[in-house]
Design a protein around this ligand. Structure first.
Ligand SMILES: Cc1cc2nc3c(=O)[nH]c(=O)nc-3n(C[C@H](O)[C@H](O)[C@H](O)COP(=O)(O)OP(=O)(O)OC[C@H]3O[C@@H](n4cnc5c(N)ncnc54)[C@H](O)[C@@H]3O)c2cc1C
Length: 462
């Protein structure tokens, strides 16, 4: 199949079992950090993490990055620093295919900003590989989405959205010549799941803060009685289903809807987007104005998964794995997180694509992989649904949390809302940081971030 194009990666000690993790996201980086700490330096196992980027941003915070409210220590984590701290190696590159017979992963050439090739196409050997490359949004083939809509798949997507928001504002201001009020920026968010709801709420808050720095924005034109129209941004949240947040109880979803409407978001459910253009979102014959469109309507497996030497995929393009997280056709290839379609006990759907699932799978493999390398079987993964919290800006969240499950069923559920829910949501973000940085560093970084925030604008203005 693949022919070697250039030097394979060095430091390939044939005496050591090489575990390669592809993707340093919510699941992959936690696995690398936890496993790296467990493996003795220079021992029989070598651990390598590969990611297409040099830094990690926790994906559940991408809506904050897009809205310009993510700052301080939360923004980015260096893979190289993590590698040194936790005792694994890091390799920058995008995996593009796999040769299972030769146990090789193939990486695309690494090209810099000027288009110069920094590293050629190259191969990385593995004995065990864990695929943790996440997911991408599913556009269901809707015309115009690829060309005109932004997806929040990566940190770069979120930054691009933020830059376009500021550029659209600047354009509106120039078009009005500074005289009178400036038209609000029209944003259409397609998909009323957690991503769409959290982004809508965060944008309403962040753009209100931005408007304080851009005088014409806070006087945007609008019709009488239309609160959203007087704000610097007009958001349409469009959902095909009958209600928002279909994965959460109906009363939680209703609370989130009422909160968004109160803030001025136009929430429409039961509407199907048929096309996206550069200025509009089409609902059949009806056009919704959209200077910017965010597509957040469901996920699917990334294209890479089709290039993994024939490994079986689910209907949504995720890798089919068994209860032990090993792919169904190759026990040396495992998958965790959004890219894995993992079964649950009969009568339940597959493990949901959530950060908490990726976290629990990483925890399990960090414990079990040292034994697996010695020839022991892997234990079965059991997802413990600890509930869901949906952030509605800086001071509010809604959701349900579950106590730990005593048996195969989820534990008891508790409704949370308001500031308490927001603190619980913040606590979940800190847990991820504690895994990567340890408690003392996380506490210091949080304090440092809090102090830095006193001297900075509350929202990113560039
Ligand atoms: C705005 C938003 C809010 C969310 N909120 C929540 C929430 O509140 N709670 C919750 O549980 N979940 C939430 N989620 C879902 C959650 O983010 C994902 O379920 C989780 O990040 C999946 O983790 P992962 O490790 O599978 O993939 P990711 O975290 O997406 O990481 C994938 C990694 O793989 C790398 N990669 C991809 N392709 C390649 C390649 N070819 N070669 C090398 N590296 C590659 C990427 O650079 C990335 O680092 C949210 C998602 C979004 C977008």
């Amino acid at each position: 199949m693949d022919t070697p194009a250039a030097t394979p990666l060095p430091a390939d000690d044939p005496q050591r079992h090489r575990i390669v993790i592809v993707g340093g996201g919510a699941g992959g980086l936690e696995l690398a950090a936890r496993l790296g700490r467990r493996l003795p330096p220079g021992g029989p196992v070598e651990l390598l993490l590969i990611d297409a980027a040099l830094t990690h941003v926790w994906k559940p915070q991408l809506h904050e990055l897009a809205a310009g409210t993510l700052g301080g220590p939360d923004q980015e984590t260096d893979y190289l620093q993590q590698a040194r701290r936790h005792g694994f190696r890091f390799h920058l590159g995008r995996v593009e295919s796999m040769d299972r017979a030769a146990r090789r992963l193939w990486l695309a050439p690494l090209v810099d900003d000027q288009g110069h090739t920094v590293a050629p196409r190259r191969a990385v050997a593995y004995d065990t590989v864990v695929i943790a490359v996440g997911s991408v949004v599913n556009d269901f083939g809707t015309p115009g989405v690829r060309e005109h809509a932004v997806a929040l798949d990566t940190a770069e997507d979120a930054r691009r959205f933020h830059r376009r928001l500021l550029a659209t504002w600047a354009r509106n201001e120039l078009q009005h010549g500074g005289a009178g009020a400036t038209a609000p920026v029209n944003v259409a968010i397609v998909g009323g799941g957690a991503t769409g709801v959290e982004l809508a709420a965060e944008l309403m808050e962040s753009t209100a803060a931005m408007a304080g720095f851009l005088p014409h924005m806070s006087r945007a034109e609008g019709g009488e009685g239309d609160r959203g129209a007087r704000l610097p941004v007009r958001i349409h949240l469009l959902e095909a289903g009958e209600r928002l947040l279909s994965a959460l109880p109906a009363d939680v979803a209703e609370q989130a809807r009422a909160d968004l409407v109160r803030r001025g978001v136009v929430v429409r459910t039961g509407v199907k987007v048929t096309a996206v253009t550069d200025t509009q979102v089409m609902l059949g014959d009806e056009a919704v104005p959209a200077d910017l469109t965010v597509w957040a309507a469901g996920i699917r497996g990334p294209e890479l998964l089709k290039q993994l030497d024939g490994l079986a995929l689910s209907r949504s393009g995720q890798l089919l794995v068994g209860p032990t997280l090993q792919t169904t056709l190759d026990p040396r290839v495992l998958a965790i997180g959004d890219c894995a379609s993992c079964p649950q006990p009969p009568g339940q759907s597959t493990v949901p694509p959530r950060a908490q699932a990726a976290h629990q799978q990483a925890q399990l493999l960090a414990e079990a992989l040292p034994g697996f390398v010695r020839g022991e079987p892997l234990p079965a993964f059991r997802y413990d649904d600890r509930g869901s919290l949906v952030s509605l800006g800086r001071r509010h969240a809604v959701g349900q949390v579950h106590t730990p499950a005593p048996g195969p069923q989820s534990g008891r559920g508790w409704r949370l809302e308001g500031l308490l829910a927001r603190w619980a949501y913040w606590g979940l973000q800190r847990q991820h940081m504690v895994t990567l940085h340890g408690l003392p560093r996380t506490a210091l970084a949080t304090l440092g971030g809090w102090l830095t925030a006193r001297t900075m604008p509350p929202v990113k203005l560039h």
